[in-house]
Design a protein around this ligand. Structure first.
Ligand SMILES: [Zn+2]
Length: 229
């Protein structure tokens, strides 16, 4: 089972509370911003002292987001170890557990901002995050969530970047994390087998378990997903 707790206060306070609670994973959600309105990539920040698990988890998430939304990944195959010239490092480096800071889309890109504001986009982002947690922390446990910018004692009015067309980074990051929390707490089986799903929008058309070592190949020409076990 997963239990989710949202941590508030200054970033170092959030991390030490999550350490005390023995959280198994820590996620801080942001959206990226750039002076260019066409910046179009996903990236995940890890602490400068990040574990292998943090790095692999971050890369998995960035790639999944980029694949889903048809964007690119940036940094070192999707991650920036130690942040943007150190920015973001302090948001993570005090954690004792694997920790990642998400920058899935750009608040400053009008096309991304539309996705961020949409219920559907928030659900899609939440689902990818949930899947990443299931994959890297299959045994369940306490997952620590931190909304970037919001709820800091040091700067209570900070909401991060403005979204092109209205709204702000932090409020939408919070919406995504809240959706992810609901999804995670609804999972009643942990350590589940490898699963293949076919989805149309939000609807699952097919869900089936496959062997961990099955070869699964999508054949574009034939429109065939072939599972060899
Ligand atoms: Zn931010």
């Amino acid at each position: 089972m997963y239990k989710i707790k949202f941590y508030k206060g200054n970033y170092s306070t959030r991390q030490s509370k999550a350490n005390n609670d023995k959280a198994v994973a820590y996620v801080e959600h942001h959206f990226n911003s750039s002076s260019s309105s066409t910046a179009n990539y996903a990236v995940v920040v890890t602490g400068s002292n990040a574990s292998r698990t943090s790095k692999n988890w971050g890369r998995w998430y960035a790639k999944a987001v980029a694949t889903f939304f048809g964007t690119q990944v940036s940094g070192d195959n999707g991650i920036l170890v130690g942040g943007w010239n150190g920015r973001g490092d302090g948001n993570l480096k005090h954690t004792n557990m694997p920790a990642i800071l998400l920058e899935p889309l750009f608040a400053s890109n009008p096309l991304h901002a539309e996705i961020i504001r949409s219920e559907r986009g928030q659900t899609d982002l939440a689902r990818i995050l949930v899947e990443s947690i299931q994959r890297f922390f299959p045994n369940g446990g306490l997952i620590a969530f931190s909304v970037g910018h919001k709820y800091k004692k040091s700067n209570p009015n900070d909401r991060g970047a403005a979204l092109a067309g209205g709204g702000n980074e932090a409020d939408y990051a919070e919406k995504v994390l809240k959706k992810a929390a609901v999804m995670l707490e609804a999972i009643d089986q942990i350590g589940t087998a490898r699963t293949i799903r076919v989805m149309r929008g939000d609807k699952v058309l097919l869900e089936t378990e496959v062997d961990e070592d099955a070869l699964v190949v999508w054949d574009t020409e034939r429109g065939l997903l072939n599972i060899s076990e």
